[in-house]
Write a protein that binds this ligand. Structure first.
Ligand code: HEC
Ligand code: HEC
Length: 337
């Protein structure tokens, strides 16, 4: 489930609506003129000023200006004004955000949230581009350009065809792939009047691990053993990776189970079969695979992906060469000891 923090959005909407209401009231009643006269501050906002400032667009299209454009119309302006940061095909350049791609990645361990994969409404694309882009020259685009560029971005994610013309009527009809991926946050904006201070849980929360127990809190004095490992590690990459990423929870000595099982002889061994280790998850116990090098690689690069439900609290090792040397170390350890 992807929760859009609706309360924040709503608050923003509410504030801007309040400001608008206030401005209108000030313009329409004599109190403003009175205050301005008295204090000698400000001038009434003109109709044109209010219109220029009032550019928000709702998901149903309310607020969209006149104008139109297709991806074919918008491509030129996009390439000229956006591609330097967002890439020719909206794939992103360097650390600037990609605007396309990531479709079907949201439920994976590595969701890629782009306009195409994540945003629920096409109207937001138009609103955001018109309001805030190009970076550094916000609000310099004509409405036709914004329609064309919005179309180009949507086309880059295969949401519309390249000749589909966006305008006031067609844009609200575009369905974004993730339109059903958001839920309304129905919790009240203000907390309930009585605040719970004791016995607040129907079922007491269970602590499954402590930093001290899994030995991730460094000792005040590094132990002699620790510094030896670090010194040797500079010559042996795999051992260094193990020391940095695994040793908090695993040992390689036979029978030495820590928060995680001993990895002695792990290569080739049956999954979840380390003697004396009583902390296996239900998920890993169900597996009847072997720890082949290939399975180890997949598991260590993304534990949850390979073994959904495993309780190994490790995010995954992405660096292929580190992974390679780590396996070599575990293998050497398998042969040696
Ligand atoms: C100089 C670099 C630069 C240029 C040129 C530029 N952008 Fe951006 N764009 C950014 C940066 C930086 C962000 C992130 C802003 C933020 O998160 O506050 C961004 C964010 C966006 C987003 C929101 C992405 C997201 O997922 O949150 C959209 C849409 C976008 N730009 C469209 C455009 C369009 C269309 C143009 C051309 C009219 C353009 N940008 C030109 C730098 C640029
Ligand atoms: C924060 C603690 C922690 C870290 C860090 C960690 N592990 Fe684990 N590891 C565990 C736990 C707990 C399990 C048992 C998982 C389960 O039961 O689902 C486990 C299981 C394993 C298994 C399966 C063992 C078996 O008996 O089937 C292997 C292999 C493994 N870890 C290797 C590694 C390697 C290599 C690293 C370093 C890249 C690493 N782990 C990092 C805690 C950790």
């Amino acid at each position: 489930m992807y929760v859009l923090d609706n309360s924040k959005l709503n608050n923003k909407l509410r504030v801007s609506t309040m400001v608008k209401a206030l401005l209108l009231t000030l313009c329409l009643t004599s109190s403003y003129a009175f205050a301005a006269d008295k204090i000698g501050l400000g001038v009434p906002a003109t109709e044109a000023q209010i219109t220029a400032w009032d550019i928000d667009i709702r998901p149903d299209g309310k607020g969209l200006p006149l104008g139109s454009g297709s991806a074919l119309d918008g491509e030129g302006a996009y390439v000229q004004k956006c591609a330097s940061c967002h890439g020719d095909f909206a794939e992103g350049v360097g650390r600037y955000p990609a605007l396309a791609g990531g479709l079907d990645s949201l439920a994976s361990q590595h969701p890629v949230k782009t306009v195409g994969s994540y945003w629920p409404y096409a109207s937001t694309v138009f609103d955001y581009v018109r309001r805030a882009m190009p970076y550094g020259h916000a609000q310099s685009l004509t409405n036709d350009e914004v329609y064309g560029i919005t179309a180009y971005i949507l086309y880059s994610s295969y949401i519309i065809e390249d000749d589909f013309v966006l305008d006031q009527n067609t844009l609200p009809e575009v369905e974004m792939p993730n339109k059903d991926g958001f839920i309304s946050d129905t919790r009240p904006d203000t907390p309930p009047k009585t605040v719970c201070m004791s016995n607040c849980f129907a079922k007491a929360p269970v602590v499954v691990g402590k930093a001290k127990q899994i030995d991730v809190t460094p000792d005040e004095e590094p132990s002699a053993e620790g510094s030896v490992v670090v010194a040797e590690a500079s010559s042996q990459k795999g051992e260094a990776v193990f020391a940095g990423q695994c040793m908090a929870c695993h040992a390689v000595a036979q029978g030495e189970n820590k928060f995680g099982p001993s990895l002695h002889n792990i290569v080739g061994q049956k999954v979840a079969s380390v003697a004396g280790f009583g902390n296996y998850s239900a998920a890993i116990k169900l597996s009847d695979a072997l720890w082949t090098e290939d399975n180890l690689k997949q598991f260590l690069s993304d534990p949850q992906e390979f073994m959904p439900g495993t309780t190994m609290p490790y995010g995954g090792l992405q660096d292929a060469s580190e992974l390679e040397s780590l396996i070599a170390y575990l293998k050497k350890n398998t042969a040696d000891k």
